[in-house]
Design a binder for this molecule. Sequence first.
Ligand SMILES: [Zn+2]
Length: 305
Amino acid sequence: MKNIVELKTITCRGKRPGPKLLITGGVHGDEFEPMVAIRRLAKRLHKEDLTGTVTMVPVVNEEAFLLCSRTASDGLDLARTCPGNVNGSITERVAHQLSNLIQEADYYIDLHTGGTTMSIYPLAGYMLDVDLKVRDAQHNMARAFNLPLVWGTDPNLDGRSLSVARDAGIPAIYVEYHGAAVCDPSGVDAMVEGCLNTMNHLQMLTRPEPVPSVLYDVQETRSDSGFFQRSHLSPCDGYFETDRLIGNFINRGELLGTVVDPLGETRVDIPAETTGLINCLRTFPSVRKNDSLGYIVETGKNSNE
Ligand SMILES: [Zn+2]
Protein backbone atom coordinates (compact mmCIF):
# COMPACT_ATOMS: atom_id res chain seq x y z
CA MET A 1 0.00 0.00 0.00
CA LYS A 2 1.29 3.44 -0.89
CA ASN A 3 1.50 6.26 1.63
CA ILE A 4 -1.71 8.10 2.37
CA VAL A 5 -1.45 11.70 1.19
CA GLU A 6 -2.11 14.29 3.88
CA LEU A 7 -3.84 17.42 2.63
CA LYS A 8 -2.64 20.52 4.49
CA THR A 9 -5.72 22.12 6.02
CA ILE A 10 -6.51 25.20 8.09
CA THR A 11 -9.58 24.91 10.31
CA CYS A 12 -11.48 27.69 12.04
CA ARG A 13 -13.98 26.38 14.57
CA GLY A 14 -16.59 28.94 15.56
CA LYS A 15 -17.73 29.55 19.13
CA ARG A 16 -21.28 28.65 18.15
CA PRO A 17 -22.11 25.26 16.60
CA GLY A 18 -23.32 25.27 13.01
CA PRO A 19 -22.64 23.97 9.52
CA LYS A 20 -19.33 22.62 8.29
CA LEU A 21 -18.05 24.47 5.22
CA LEU A 22 -15.16 23.20 3.12
CA ILE A 23 -13.23 25.61 0.86
CA THR A 24 -10.53 24.29 -1.47
CA GLY A 25 -8.00 25.80 -3.86
CA GLY A 26 -5.21 24.40 -5.96
CA VAL A 27 -7.09 21.35 -7.23
CA HIS A 28 -5.10 22.37 -10.29
CA GLY A 29 -1.48 23.26 -9.54
CA ASP A 30 -1.31 26.29 -11.85
CA GLU A 31 -4.26 28.24 -10.42
CA PHE A 32 -2.85 30.76 -7.98
CA GLU A 33 -5.52 33.23 -6.85
CA PRO A 34 -7.39 30.54 -4.85
CA MET A 35 -4.23 29.60 -2.94
CA VAL A 36 -3.61 33.20 -1.85
CA ALA A 37 -7.29 33.90 -1.24
CA ILE A 38 -7.72 30.94 1.10
CA ARG A 39 -4.65 31.85 3.16
CA ARG A 40 -5.95 35.42 3.41
CA LEU A 41 -9.47 34.25 4.25
CA ALA A 42 -8.09 32.11 7.08
CA LYS A 43 -6.60 35.25 8.65
CA ARG A 44 -9.95 37.08 8.32
CA LEU A 45 -11.90 34.41 10.23
CA HIS A 46 -12.18 34.61 14.01
CA LYS A 47 -13.89 31.98 16.11
CA GLU A 48 -15.74 34.66 18.13
CA ASP A 49 -17.58 35.79 14.98
CA LEU A 50 -18.15 32.37 13.43
CA THR A 51 -21.06 29.95 13.62
CA GLY A 52 -19.98 26.48 12.53
CA THR A 53 -16.64 25.30 11.21
CA VAL A 54 -14.65 26.25 8.10
CA THR A 55 -12.03 23.83 6.78
CA MET A 56 -9.73 25.36 4.18
CA VAL A 57 -7.23 23.67 1.85
CA PRO A 58 -5.15 26.30 0.00
CA VAL A 59 -3.28 23.82 -2.22
CA VAL A 60 -5.02 20.47 -2.71
CA ASN A 61 -2.73 19.31 -5.53
CA GLU A 62 0.62 20.12 -3.95
CA GLU A 63 2.74 17.99 -6.28
CA ALA A 64 1.21 19.67 -9.32
CA PHE A 65 1.90 23.09 -7.77
CA LEU A 66 5.55 22.16 -7.15
CA LEU A 67 5.80 21.00 -10.77
CA CYS A 68 4.37 24.38 -11.94
CA SER A 69 1.70 22.32 -13.68
CA ARG A 70 -2.07 21.76 -13.79
CA THR A 71 -1.53 18.08 -13.03
CA ALA A 72 0.81 16.00 -10.89
CA SER A 73 3.51 13.64 -12.23
CA ASP A 74 1.04 10.94 -13.28
CA GLY A 75 -0.60 13.39 -15.71
CA LEU A 76 -4.12 12.75 -14.37
CA ASP A 77 -6.47 15.71 -14.01
CA LEU A 78 -7.55 15.73 -10.35
CA ALA A 79 -10.87 17.25 -11.38
CA ARG A 80 -11.56 14.18 -13.53
CA THR A 81 -10.26 11.58 -11.03
CA CYS A 82 -12.57 11.92 -8.01
CA PRO A 83 -13.48 9.99 -5.91
CA GLY A 84 -10.01 8.55 -6.46
CA ASN A 85 -8.34 5.50 -4.97
CA VAL A 86 -6.48 5.26 -1.67
CA ASN A 87 -4.01 2.81 -3.22
CA GLY A 88 -3.71 4.48 -6.61
CA SER A 89 -1.34 6.95 -8.23
CA ILE A 90 -0.55 10.30 -6.60
CA THR A 91 -3.55 12.06 -8.16
CA GLU A 92 -5.87 9.16 -7.32
CA ARG A 93 -4.71 9.28 -3.70
CA VAL A 94 -5.16 13.05 -3.48
CA ALA A 95 -8.62 12.66 -5.04
CA HIS A 96 -9.47 10.09 -2.38
CA GLN A 97 -8.46 12.43 0.45
CA LEU A 98 -10.25 15.37 -1.12
CA SER A 99 -13.39 13.27 -1.56
CA ASN A 100 -13.27 12.29 2.13
CA LEU A 101 -13.15 15.96 3.12
CA ILE A 102 -16.06 16.81 0.81
CA GLN A 103 -18.17 13.98 2.23
CA GLU A 104 -17.60 15.30 5.77
CA ALA A 105 -18.83 18.80 4.85
CA ASP A 106 -22.33 20.33 4.84
CA TYR A 107 -21.41 22.89 2.15
CA TYR A 108 -18.54 23.12 -0.30
CA ILE A 109 -16.82 25.88 -2.32
CA ASP A 110 -14.08 24.91 -4.82
CA LEU A 111 -12.00 27.84 -6.12
CA HIS A 112 -10.39 27.72 -9.59
CA THR A 113 -9.00 29.88 -12.39
CA GLY A 114 -8.19 29.26 -16.04
CA GLY A 115 -4.65 28.23 -15.04
CA THR A 116 -1.70 28.71 -17.34
CA THR A 117 -3.50 28.43 -20.65
CA MET A 118 -6.97 29.95 -20.29
CA SER A 119 -8.68 33.04 -18.92
CA ILE A 120 -12.19 32.73 -17.53
CA TYR A 121 -14.85 35.39 -16.95
CA PRO A 122 -15.54 35.59 -13.19
CA LEU A 123 -18.27 33.11 -12.36
CA ALA A 124 -19.78 30.97 -9.64
CA GLY A 125 -20.99 27.69 -11.09
CA TYR A 126 -23.04 24.77 -9.87
CA MET A 127 -24.53 21.53 -11.16
CA LEU A 128 -28.20 21.57 -12.12
CA ASP A 129 -28.76 18.80 -9.59
CA VAL A 130 -31.78 16.53 -9.94
CA ASP A 131 -32.57 17.15 -6.26
CA LEU A 132 -34.35 20.50 -6.39
CA LYS A 133 -33.60 21.35 -2.77
CA VAL A 134 -29.86 20.88 -3.35
CA ARG A 135 -30.04 22.72 -6.66
CA ASP A 136 -31.75 25.71 -5.09
CA ALA A 137 -29.23 25.76 -2.23
CA GLN A 138 -26.40 25.74 -4.79
CA HIS A 139 -28.00 28.43 -6.91
CA ASN A 140 -28.41 30.65 -3.85
CA MET A 141 -24.80 30.04 -2.75
CA ALA A 142 -23.57 30.90 -6.25
CA ARG A 143 -25.63 34.11 -6.31
CA ALA A 144 -24.41 35.04 -2.82
CA PHE A 145 -20.75 34.70 -3.94
CA ASN A 146 -21.58 37.78 -6.04
CA LEU A 147 -19.53 37.40 -9.24
CA PRO A 148 -20.89 38.61 -12.61
CA LEU A 149 -21.92 35.17 -13.95
CA VAL A 150 -23.99 32.60 -12.06
CA TRP A 151 -23.94 29.43 -14.10
CA GLY A 152 -25.88 26.19 -13.68
CA THR A 153 -24.65 23.37 -15.91
CA ASP A 154 -24.83 19.66 -16.77
CA PRO A 155 -25.14 17.64 -13.53
CA ASN A 156 -23.93 14.43 -15.17
CA LEU A 157 -20.22 15.23 -15.37
CA ASP A 158 -18.14 12.79 -13.32
CA GLY A 159 -14.73 12.79 -11.71
CA ARG A 160 -14.97 16.32 -10.37
CA SER A 161 -14.97 17.58 -6.81
CA LEU A 162 -18.54 18.72 -7.42
CA SER A 163 -19.46 15.22 -8.61
CA VAL A 164 -18.50 13.90 -5.16
CA ALA A 165 -20.63 16.58 -3.51
CA ARG A 166 -23.50 15.78 -5.88
CA ASP A 167 -23.36 12.07 -5.02
CA ALA A 168 -23.34 12.91 -1.30
CA GLY A 169 -26.21 15.44 -1.62
CA ILE A 170 -23.99 18.29 -0.39
CA PRO A 171 -24.68 21.76 -1.82
CA ALA A 172 -21.54 22.83 -3.68
CA ILE A 173 -20.35 25.58 -6.00
CA TYR A 174 -17.15 26.21 -7.91
CA VAL A 175 -15.65 29.56 -8.78
CA GLU A 176 -13.53 30.66 -11.74
CA TYR A 177 -11.69 33.98 -12.04
CA HIS A 178 -9.31 34.85 -14.90
CA GLY A 179 -6.11 32.78 -15.00
CA ALA A 180 -3.53 33.19 -17.79
CA ALA A 181 -0.65 32.14 -15.53
CA VAL A 182 -0.76 35.18 -13.27
CA CYS A 183 -2.08 35.86 -9.78
CA ASP A 184 -4.51 38.73 -10.31
CA PRO A 185 -5.00 40.74 -7.07
CA SER A 186 -8.58 41.55 -8.10
CA GLY A 187 -9.25 37.80 -8.31
CA VAL A 188 -7.82 37.22 -4.84
CA ASP A 189 -9.97 40.01 -3.40
CA ALA A 190 -13.09 38.75 -5.18
CA MET A 191 -12.56 35.21 -3.89
CA VAL A 192 -12.04 36.35 -0.28
CA GLU A 193 -15.10 38.59 -0.43
CA GLY A 194 -17.13 35.92 -2.24
CA CYS A 195 -16.40 33.29 0.40
CA LEU A 196 -17.36 35.75 3.16
CA ASN A 197 -20.55 36.68 1.26
CA THR A 198 -21.50 33.02 0.91
CA MET A 199 -20.79 32.40 4.59
CA ASN A 200 -23.01 35.37 5.41
CA HIS A 201 -25.73 33.79 3.26
CA LEU A 202 -25.26 30.49 5.15
CA GLN A 203 -25.64 32.44 8.43
CA MET A 204 -22.13 31.41 9.52
CA LEU A 205 -21.18 35.05 10.09
CA THR A 206 -22.78 38.47 9.90
CA ARG A 207 -21.60 41.15 7.51
CA PRO A 208 -23.31 43.83 5.42
CA GLU A 209 -24.85 42.64 2.17
CA PRO A 210 -22.57 43.60 -0.74
CA VAL A 211 -23.68 45.75 -3.65
CA PRO A 212 -25.10 43.10 -6.05
CA SER A 213 -22.65 42.26 -8.87
CA VAL A 214 -24.47 39.40 -10.61
CA LEU A 215 -25.07 40.39 -14.26
CA TYR A 216 -26.07 37.03 -15.77
CA ASP A 217 -27.86 34.13 -14.11
CA VAL A 218 -27.84 31.33 -16.67
CA GLN A 219 -28.94 27.70 -16.57
CA GLU A 220 -27.55 25.69 -19.49
CA THR A 221 -29.30 22.35 -19.56
CA ARG A 222 -27.65 20.75 -22.61
CA SER A 223 -25.28 17.87 -21.95
CA ASP A 224 -21.60 18.80 -21.54
CA SER A 225 -22.55 22.38 -20.64
CA GLY A 226 -19.82 23.71 -18.34
CA PHE A 227 -17.22 21.36 -19.84
CA PHE A 228 -14.59 23.84 -21.08
CA GLN A 229 -12.36 21.12 -22.53
CA ARG A 230 -15.07 19.94 -24.92
CA SER A 231 -15.79 23.31 -26.51
CA HIS A 232 -14.20 24.91 -29.59
CA LEU A 233 -11.48 22.28 -30.02
CA SER A 234 -8.46 23.18 -32.11
CA PRO A 235 -8.52 21.20 -35.38
CA CYS A 236 -4.71 21.07 -35.55
CA ASP A 237 -1.47 21.99 -33.80
CA GLY A 238 -0.52 25.64 -34.19
CA TYR A 239 -0.56 29.17 -32.85
CA PHE A 240 -3.92 30.53 -31.67
CA GLU A 241 -4.56 34.16 -32.61
CA THR A 242 -7.59 36.02 -31.32
CA ASP A 243 -8.67 39.58 -30.73
CA ARG A 244 -11.70 38.53 -28.69
CA LEU A 245 -11.99 39.19 -24.96
CA ILE A 246 -13.76 37.31 -22.20
CA GLY A 247 -16.94 39.05 -21.11
CA ASN A 248 -17.80 40.16 -24.65
CA PHE A 249 -20.62 38.78 -26.78
CA ILE A 250 -20.22 36.91 -30.04
CA ASN A 251 -22.70 35.63 -32.61
CA ARG A 252 -22.70 32.08 -33.90
CA GLY A 253 -20.42 31.81 -36.94
CA GLU A 254 -18.40 34.94 -36.16
CA LEU A 255 -14.67 34.51 -35.84
CA LEU A 256 -13.53 33.43 -32.38
CA GLY A 257 -9.91 33.18 -33.53
CA THR A 258 -7.56 31.51 -35.97
CA VAL A 259 -5.04 28.70 -35.63
CA VAL A 260 -2.00 29.31 -37.84
CA ASP A 261 1.15 27.38 -38.68
CA PRO A 262 4.61 28.77 -37.78
CA LEU A 263 4.93 30.75 -41.04
CA GLY A 264 1.30 31.89 -41.04
CA GLU A 265 0.73 30.23 -44.42
CA THR A 266 -1.93 27.82 -43.26
CA ARG A 267 -4.73 29.51 -41.36
CA VAL A 268 -7.75 27.71 -39.92
CA ASP A 269 -10.57 29.99 -38.80
CA ILE A 270 -12.44 29.00 -35.64
CA PRO A 271 -16.07 30.18 -35.84
CA ALA A 272 -18.17 30.66 -32.73
CA GLU A 273 -20.21 27.47 -32.22
CA THR A 274 -23.07 29.39 -30.64
CA THR A 275 -24.26 32.89 -29.76
CA GLY A 276 -23.55 34.27 -26.31
CA LEU A 277 -21.01 35.53 -23.81
CA ILE A 278 -17.37 34.47 -24.21
CA ASN A 279 -16.66 33.20 -20.70
CA CYS A 280 -13.46 31.29 -21.44
CA LEU A 281 -10.72 31.99 -23.93
CA ARG A 282 -7.33 30.46 -24.56
CA THR A 283 -4.56 32.91 -23.68
CA PHE A 284 -1.55 30.59 -24.19
CA PRO A 285 -1.04 30.77 -27.96
CA SER A 286 0.68 27.42 -28.51
CA VAL A 287 -2.05 24.83 -29.07
CA ARG A 288 -2.20 21.12 -29.81
CA LYS A 289 -4.94 19.46 -31.81
CA ASN A 290 -8.09 19.04 -29.66
CA ASP A 291 -7.06 21.65 -27.07
CA SER A 292 -10.00 23.89 -26.15
CA LEU A 293 -9.83 27.43 -27.52
CA GLY A 294 -12.78 28.92 -25.68
CA TYR A 295 -16.33 28.60 -24.39
CA ILE A 296 -19.47 30.61 -25.10
CA VAL A 297 -22.31 30.73 -22.57
CA GLU A 298 -25.76 30.95 -24.08
CA THR A 299 -27.05 33.92 -22.13
CA GLY A 300 -29.89 34.63 -24.49
CA LYS A 301 -28.36 37.89 -25.77
CA ASN A 302 -26.35 38.43 -28.92
CA SER A 303 -23.56 40.88 -29.62
CA ASN A 304 -25.86 43.41 -31.28
CA GLU A 305 -28.09 43.92 -28.24
ZN1 LIG B 1 -9.12 24.37 -12.11
